[in-house]
Design a protein around this ligand. Structure first.
Ligand code: NAI
Length: 707
């Protein structure tokens, strides 16, 4: 190509009479202000250049454009002119045909930019979408107005209200792109063909949304009904719907103006702030302040798991799914066979649902080697123990691992409650030992608490965090304590549920409030699903150390004594006639009322607000204690744990962020009231009180502590 000119993040080249503008702003060619300014400048130049007949816009590196620049979020840079939405109009106004070459992830503002072009060509594997709704906002650069005009109302609503991208082939089918190309050369050839065919610019803003107005009105009404079910408690999908509907009823310019207003409103919502917080929290979590980013990692290319039970099997599948060979070791052939059968059954279920091909299933199973010989752990880079939750069993297993594992191997325990320091002591190399707390089902759940014990070395922590990413988990570094971070905070949350029912609520009241808040299941339904026998066993163990004056509810005890262990026995806090649907049960209500009487409590109606506050604030308070004790690095790490391991509603940002949203003063005052009434367990954590008194927040605390 001749006539090359590079200015900043946009390059200009000529291929004969076709101008090629290349966005070059690593890593994803985001629409930073420098890119916007440079693109507008180049555009002016090519419009005035008589030798240029058409323009191709493409991206350097792996994609066309990843959308808005997240580094500009909440900064004045975002408003530097031309703003993205004006830039898209500038492209569309260009009197010469503009062709966008879409490749790689071309999302949000990236796709909107392409919609401003007159033609679009894409590589077959491009990812094309408008994911704004997932951050609580709407496409704000004309996307809600142009996409329905281009591909019709229903298809546009599907893409915009879910945010789910499509590939190039699907985009061709939908009419988003005009052709599939192999790269720039074919894109330029396409532009040349447009000129040869004398097709000229084709502006989407000049089109009308296809279909009969009445039919379109029905589609919108049906969509609203559907969203009321699928997006309960969310605002952004409805904002998207409203804006897309304007594309049907209003002229382009008016719809475009309204889009900006709706976009501003959405951006200011707590929902959007929470979702953006979740996004940043998940990026932040991998950074461990005292561990250098360039520390030499121990490569993890082969794993061994001891124990092929519920967890061992799921953990082995996580490695196999990620292409890492894994040996599973059991004490007896029978247990090993059972474990392998469960793994096979799991894969088979996925295959039957059409989500796994025969070949892929065989490849994954092929990566799992069953064994009853401990010596087979000798070539593993990491050995993960997932045997019974008993200290002496774990310690003797670790003594064996110490004897047989390679000198530089990482030794991990999947314990959920035991002291990792004590387990490490069973070896002569405690610096290589840490906890990997997977969540059940381990092949599905994304959370991995990486438990840094007293002597764990930095490179071991960093290597396991990298491993977490490699096996598609979100690793969060936590310290050693009973329950680590997630389960430790779960305990006071569940306890509040019990106390609320003793005082006047019923399990279904508590669950309803929590589910309306956004959790998929409230605490009682979750307990029934997990199995009450497990919590009962933990309660019995805790009873030995519980102070005599501490408030404690024996309701779980009473329910388990009736043989009601939850969903698996057909009854727990609820009864399950069809094995799945939780139905309120008069037997449970009787037990609860009898308990209130025994406590001399006058049952009273308990409002939804009180239920929500007591459940969530006690959880937040425990989180503050965890921060105080240095067992989590950041408040936002705690949010990541709850978002990925406990179904905390993402649009609320996580418990700590929610505390900030409500205001820590209010949280602290409510806890103080509970403290006066119910004693020490409710005392606000010192950190919480200190932040509340200073009018500060967990977010500010994070910033001060880790920057
Ligand atoms: P499980 O009872 O399903 O499996 C334990 C397996 O270990 C059994 O198959 C048993 O045969 C095997 N085993 C026992 N001693 C052994 C030895 N010396 N050598 C080799 N294999 C041996 O238990 P599960 O649920 O898989 O739990 C395993 C660990 O994971 C426990 O520490 C548990 O606390 C923890 N955990 C469990 C979670 C859950 O939801 N089930 C969640 C997170 C952690």
């Amino acid at each position: 190509m001749a006539d090359t000119l590079s200015t900043g993040p946009v390059h200009y080249e000529r291929d004969g009479e076709i101008a090629v503008l290349t966005l070059d702003n690593p890593p994803v060619n985001a629409l930073a202000k420098e890119v916007r300014v440079a693109l507008a400048r180049h555009l002016e130049k090519v419009v005035n250049d008589d030798e240029v007949t058409a323009i191709v816009i493409c991206g350097a590196g792996r994609n066309l454009c990843g959308g808005a620049d997240i580094r500009e979020f909440n900064t004045p840079a975002r408003d530097v002119k031309p703003m993205s939405r004006d830039l898209v109009n500038l492209l569309e106004d260009c009197p010469k045909p503009m062709v966008a070459l879409i490749h790689g992830p071309t999302l949000g503002g990236g796709l909107e930019l392409a919609l401003g072009c007159h033609y679009r060509v894409a590589k077959a594997d491009a990812q094309i979408g408008l994911p704004e709704v997932q951050r609580g906002v709407i496409p704000g650069a004309g996307g809600t107005q142009r996409l329905p005009r281009l591909i019709g109302l229903e298809a546009a609503l599907d893409m915009i209200t879910t945010g789910v991208p499509v590939n190039g082939e699907k985009a061709l089918e939908l009419g988003i792109v005009d052709a599939i190309v192999s790269g720039l050369r074919t894109a330029v050839a396409f532009a040349r063909q447009v000129i040869d065919d004398n097709r000229g610019p084709r502006r989407i803003s000049a089109m009308k949304v296809a279909g009969d107005p009445d039919e379109n009105a029905t589609i919108i009404a049906n969509y609203r009904t559907k969203l009321a079910k699928t997006s309960r408690g969310l605002l952004a999908p409805f904002h998207c719907l409203e804006s897309v509907a304007n594309a049907v009823t209003l002229p382009f310019d008016e719809g475009w103006e309204r889009e900006a207003e709706i976009s501003r409103m959405a951006m200011a919502s707590a929902e959007s702030r929470s979702l953006v917080h979740a996004f940043f929290a998940e990026r932040q979590v991998a950074k461990i302040p005292d561990i250098p980013a360039d520390i030499a990692l121990r490569p993890i290319n082969k794993a061994a798991i001891i124990g092929a039970g519920t967890m061992g099997g799921g953990i082995a599948m996580s490695f196999a799914n990620a292409g890492i060979p894994v040996t599973v070791i059991e004490a007896s052939q029978e247990n090993l066979d059972n474990g392998m059968q469960r793994i096979q059954g799991n894969y088979d279920a996925t295959r039957k649902r059409g989500r796994l091909s025969d070949d892929e299933m065989a490849a994954r199973l092929g990566r799992i080697t069953p064994s009853t010989d401990y010596a087979d752990m000798a070539d593993a880079d990491i050995v993960i123990e997932a045997v019974f939750e008993e200290m002496d069993v774990k310690q003797s297993v670790f003594a064996e691992i110490d004897r047989l594992a390679r000198d530089d191997a990482i030794l991990a325990t999947n314990t959920s409650t035991l002291d990792v320091d004590a387990i490490a002591q069973a070896t002569k190399r405690p610096e290589s030992v840490l906890g990997t707390h997977f969540f059940s089902p381990a092949n599905v759940m994304t959370l991995l608490e990486v438990v840094r014990a007293e002597k764990t070395s930095q490179d071991v922590v960093a290597s396991v965090m990298a491993m977490a990413k490699a096996i598609n988990k979100v690793g969060v570094v936590v310290g050693v304590c009973d329950g680590f971070v997630g389960n430790r905070m779960l305990a006071p949350y569940f306890r509040q549920g019990d106390f609320l029912v003793e005082e006047g609520a019923l399990p279904q009241d508590v669950d309803r409030v929590i589910e309306e808040y956004g959790f998929r299941m409230g605490p009682f339904r979750v307990s029934d699903l997990a199995g009450l026998d497990i919590s009962w066993a933990i309660e019995k163990r805790r009873a030995e150390t519980r102070p005599a004056d501490e408030r404690f509810s024996p309701l779980l005890d009473s329910i388990c004594q009736l043989g009601r262990y939850g969903q698996k026995t057909g009854a727990g806090w609820y009864r399950y006639e069809d094995g799945r649907t939780a139905l309120p049960d008069p037997v449970v209500e009787e037990l609860i009322v009898a308990r209130s009487r025994e406590m001399d409590l006058n049952r009273r109606p308990i409002g939804d607000e009180e239920i929500l506050q007591r459940c969530l604030y006690s959880m937040i308070n425990e989180g503050a204690k965890i921060l105080e004790e240095g067992l989590a690095i950041r408040a936002s790490d705690i949010d990541v744990i709850w978002l990925n391991g406990y179904g905390f509603p993402r649009h609320r940002g996580g418990p700590m962020f929610y505390g900030d949203t409500v205001g820590l003063r209010a949280v602290c005052d409510t806890l103080d009231r509970c403290h006066r009434e119910w004693g020490d367990k409710w005392q606000p954590a010192a950190l919480l009180r200190q932040l509340a008194n200073a009018g500060s927040s967990f977010a500010e605390w994070d910033k001060r502590k880790v920057g």
